[in-house]
Design a protein around this ligand. Structure first.
Ligand SMILES: *[C@@H]1O[C@H](CO)[C@@H](O)[C@H](O)[C@H]1NC(C)=O
Ligand SMILES: *[C@@H]1O[C@H](CO)[C@@H](O)[C@H](O)[C@H]1NC(C)=O
Ligand SMILES: *[C@@H]1O[C@H](CO)[C@@H](O)[C@H](O)[C@H]1NC(C)=O
Ligand SMILES: *[C@@H]1O[C@H](CO)[C@@H](O)[C@H](O)[C@H]1NC(C)=O
Ligand SMILES: *[C@@H]1O[C@H](CO)[C@@H](O)[C@H](O)[C@H]1NC(C)=O
Ligand SMILES: *[C@@H]1O[C@H](CO)[C@@H](O)[C@H](O)[C@H]1NC(C)=O
Ligand SMILES: *[C@@H]1O[C@H](CO)[C@@H](O)[C@H](O)[C@H]1NC(C)=O
Length: 512
């Protein structure tokens, strides 16, 4: 009986879909955000909630036109020089990067810097010196306006030389190597200039890239409404999913892609106020000269005008129509879905562009929550129907059947039986041969199944009784055949109300 319970499989069904992602090697999850000096008045550095992030990026330093050295705008100096120390006060383990360039940087100056070997050297040497001086742990090259094949080739050379310089600087200074990243466009291809980002050099020389996955439609450029940053687009290639797929097709590892989340949207003027779908005729920007609005302003506008916000699950965007104004934007729900997508695609993380546009950290918080309790080694599965669960159960059973005789039904206890969330986190926290496996104890199983009530019994499986239960908190399924650790995790608290799940409890008798 005891061993039956120990290895009992509880069957649930999941009525809402969840995100899916595979356990990966010791990969960290990057939660990054840009703080742009140009809109810094909206968010003083000391107000950044740095505990929500792993990396903060201070933007933007320039390239000096005559010396090609990195330079910081005079008025920005007091902010850039104190940035790292300030954000570390709320999160001592935060990593800061200094970003160079940006869309308003002087294109000509950067293009001439990258084209000349001695200029590149001046730039590289000065960038490392500046990073060390102000305590930045990395550098981010943000030249998204590069648009010719010679720009791209030179940028590739720059990255190669930069990597070599960073390597030797770390050895000489006896300090941790500086991180090297770049901001790139949503796809590697620039059709107008018939050019592509130097994918090979990026892959070999940079730690990761920030994929600026937005800007697909703006009211100044399009006479029909469109989304700034649709995750998907069934009709065109103007979507973040398309761009990510092309980056990967070209040879970028998904583990080096960090997905940008725009914290702004656009307001369009509709040609006809009654026609307001994506692709509706539009006559230009509304509300602001270019139609761009921070999330904070969008929210305030909608509240003021009692606008009704609708979610478009096909594109993964929100929109709101007020009279002849149509606003399309990403809110907390969209942000969470995009973070789930990044997990599912095994990307390295996300980066907010930009923190000053947030509304009291609402989107930053949603992004951090979008990953749930995910610790990088949990497998969260998408299950929309009971059938899927049953199929999965079959697989798990098949996998386990052969080794069942080896698995001695040992005593299953937990140290902190009252804290289920702790269990979940601990369960994802094993990596050696000896799993630090936290499992449910008998009392918890009894509670979840109504004291193994007959009402909740669905049937008898090969490994014991199968029960239906309701979980209102996060729950894991842990299976460890062949030391191949898998953890299924349901973040039920936020997403699922009624959830049934397969629960497998195993305990290794042969710990070494
Ligand atoms: C870019 O820099 C060059 C060289 O300093 C200067 O001549 C040019 O006016 C600048 N362009 C812009 C748009 O500021
Ligand atoms: C590269 O830049 C240096 C310093 O500005 C200059 O002396 C040299 O002539 C340039 N080389 C080329 C090939 O333009
Ligand atoms: C480098 O740093 C380590 C510890 O941080 C120290 O033990 C070592 O002596 C240093 N080496 C040099 C060459 O400074
Ligand atoms: C490249 O970008 C620059 C600056 O945005 C622009 O002036 C130039 O016309 C573009 N060239 C091409 C080929 O698109
Ligand atoms: C685009 O570039 C490729 C390779 O660099 C070249 O073969 C092709 O002819 C170019 N196309 C146009 C339209 O310039
Ligand atoms: C999207 O891009 C692919 C190539 O990456 C191309 O074959 C396809 O025709 C494009 N679709 C549209 C609608 O432009
Ligand atoms: C939008 O512009 C395109 C060409 O730029 C034109 O073919 C199309 O008819 C225009 N659509 C509307 C609704 O004005």
């Amino acid at each position: 009986m005891m061993s039956k319970i120990m290895i009992s499989i509880l069957l649930f069904s999941v009525f809402l879909s969840l995100q899916y992602s595979k356990p990966s090697a010791a990969q960290t999850w990057i939660r990054a955000g840009y703080w742009y000096y140009g809109s810094g008045y909206l968010l003083p550095i000391s107000d950044i909630k740095s505990a929500l992030f792993t990396h903060l990026i201070c933007a933007f330093a320039d390239v000096d036109p005559s010396s090609s050295e990195l330079s910081i705008p005079y008025s920005a100096q007091p902010y850039f020089s104190t940035f790292t120390n300030t954000v570390k006060q709320k999160n001592p383990s935060i990593t800061t990067l200094l970003s160079i360039g940006g869309s308003s940087a002087n294109h000509t100056v950067i293009s001439s810097m990258v084209s000349n070997a001695s200029s590149r050297k001046s730039f590289i040497d000065s960038s490392m010196k500046m990073a060390r001086l102000y305590g930045f742990q990395g550098l981010d090259f943000n030249w998204v306006s590069a648009n010719t094949s010679s720009h791209m080739a030179n940028m590739g050379i720059l990255f190669q030389e930069w990597r070599a310089a960073v390597d030797s600087e770390a050895k000489q200074s006896n300090q941790t190597q500086l991180i090297l990243t770049a901001a790139v466009r949503s796809t590697p291809d620039i059709y107008l200039g018939n050019a592509s980002f130097p994918v090979d050099s990026i892959r070999d020389n940079l730690d990761w890239i920030h994929v600026m996955a937005f800007g697909y439609y703006t009211p100044q450029q399009s006479n029909v409404t469109g989304a700034l940053a649709a995750l998907f687009d069934p009709l065109t290639n103007a979507s973040s999913d398309y761009g990510i797929r092309v980056w990967i097709d070209r040879g970028m590892s998904s583990g080096k892609l960090v997905l940008a989340l725009p914290f702004h949207g656009y307001a369009w003027k509709l040609k006809n106020p009654d026609v307001y779908y994506i692709g509706a005729p539009a006559t230009g920007p509304a509300i602001t000269p270019e139609g761009d609005m921070s999330y904070k302003d969008i929210k305030a506008y909608i509240q003021r005008n009692r606008g009704v916000v609708t979610y478009n699950p096909t594109y993964v965007v929100k929109s709101c129509t007020v009279g002849s104004v149509w606003i399309c934007f990403d809110d907390a729900e969209v942000v969470k879905n995009k973070v789930s997508y990044a997990k599912q695609k095994k990307l390295l993380g996300y980066v907010a562009w930009q923190l000053p546009y947030d509304d009291n950290s609402e989107l930053s918080l949603a992004a951090a929550q979008g990953e749930g309790q995910h610790k990088g080694r949990l497998l969260v599965i998408v299950l929309t129907t009971t059938a899927t669960v049953v199929l999965l159960l079959g697989l798990v059973i098949c996998c386990l059947r052969r080794r069942m005789f080896k698995l001695k039904g040992m005593v299953v206890t937990s140290k902190e039986s009252d804290s289920k969330i702790n269990h979940m986190e601990a369960a994802g926290d094993f990596n050696g041969n000896v799993p630090n496996l936290q499992v449910f104890n008998l009392a918890e199983i009894e509670a979840a199944t109504g004291r193994l009530s007959i009402e909740n019994k669905l049937g008898e499986g090969g490994y014991g009784p199968v029960y239906k239960v309701n979980f209102y908190y996060t729950a894991n399924i842990v299976a460890l055949p062949h030391h191949h650790y898998k953890c299924f995790k349901f973040t039920t608290k936020q997403i699922c109300r009624n959830i049934t799940l397969i629960y497998e409890m195993l305990h290794f008798g042969n710990r070494s």
